[in-house]
Design a protein around this ligand. Structure first.
Ligand SMILES: [Zn+2]
Length: 304
């Protein structure tokens, strides 16, 4: 926690307005509170030893449905920097984050991405698909936003933030190539990724893969019987071998698809668990790089 904030908090405490659930950053470190694990990962890597990063949403948490608790709000208010993904990913926090931005440093990391590389939503003009982290090269373009925010909050370590940001960009661009090469080993006709919700459109575009989600872009609207039947029909017709569950979405709907495929006289396996809107709980899947590698390995194993 920065000194200015300590003083502000002490003053607020006297007035009874500052909770003791502050961001918990040790003295001298920049306290960053991020919404999702993927955004927190950017701050951890770019900030290195100079930051203390907390993610509000842990493993298995769905950001579309996440509502901040009173304790989360205290953590956000106590942060030196608040980072969030944006493009309405954190749909139930948008207004609250906007209000917070009037008073403190709040950075929407997807603002750094070139608009022309965002996928438009056909049924919501002017809105874009928020799942940008699945195009690894595109996600790398969010790094400078985090670097700038850290350098502004803590100018004395600006050189370190720059160095870390450059190194992470290089690493992610190499990962992007690795994913492309690995996905290309799956025969083209089998390159179909079917999941509970439409989180993988950027992944499909970047790595030449057909993607189908049972639910839409958000998990707020549940899939209907017709959605299940239509998807089952497609799986049967195309002879698709596997569908995938997501760690942050209930597997119930995708199991219903599996049952519907069976009732049509075909078989489809559950190919494994994909990390879509949340990272894993254990190394290496508790990092962005680990999450991407896990997904690619799961996909290749089930489809190849
Ligand atoms: Zn999603």
């Amino acid at each position: 926690m920065k000194l200015g904030l300590v003083l502000a908090c002490a003053a607020a405490l006297l007035a009874g307005g500052c909770s003791d659930t502050a961001n918990g950053a040790p003295e001298g470190k920049v306290g960053v509170v991020a919404t999702t694990g993927m955004v927190a990962d950017l701050a951890r890597v770019v900030g290195g030893e100079h930051v203390h990063v907390t993610a509000l949403m842990g493993p298995g948490v769905d950001p579309h449905l996440f509502k901040a608790s009173a304790g989360d709000l205290d953590r956000l208010r106590a942060a030196d920097i608040v980072l969030y993904s944006g493009l309405h990913l954190e749909g139930k926090m948008t207004d609250m984050l906007r209000r917070l931005a009037r008073k403190q440093a709040v950075v929407r990391v997807t603002d750094a991405l070139p608009r022309q590389r965002l996928l438009a939503l056909a049924d919501m003009p002017g809105h874009h698909d928020p799942h940008v982290w699945f195009d690894v090269a595109l996600w790398a373009e969010a790094i400078p936003a985090v670097q700038r925010a850290l350098a502004k909050a803590d100018p004395s370590h600006a050189d370190d933030y720059k160095r870390n940001a450059d190194a992470y960009t290089t690493k992610l661009l190499a990962l992007h190539d690795e994913v492309r090469t690995t996905v290309a080993t799956i025969p083209r006709l089998r390159r179909v990724l079917i999941t509970s919700h439409d989180a993988f459109r950027y992944f499909g575009r970047a790595y030449d893969l057909e993607v189908r989600g049972l639910q839409g872009i958000s998990t707020v609207v549940e899939a209907g019987v017709k959605d299940v039947q239509d998807l089952a029909e497609l799986i049967g017709k195309r002879g698709i071998k596997a569908v995938f569950v997501e760690t942050s979405v209930s597997p119930r709907a995708i199991r219903a698809v599996q049952e519907a495929v069976k009732s049509k006289g075909h078989n489809v396996a559950i190919g494994g668990e994909m990390f879509s809107d949340a990272m894993g709980s254990k190394p290496p899947e508790d990092t962005y790089v680990g999450m991407v590698r896990h997904n690619v390995a799961t996909l290749v194993k089930a489809l190849k």
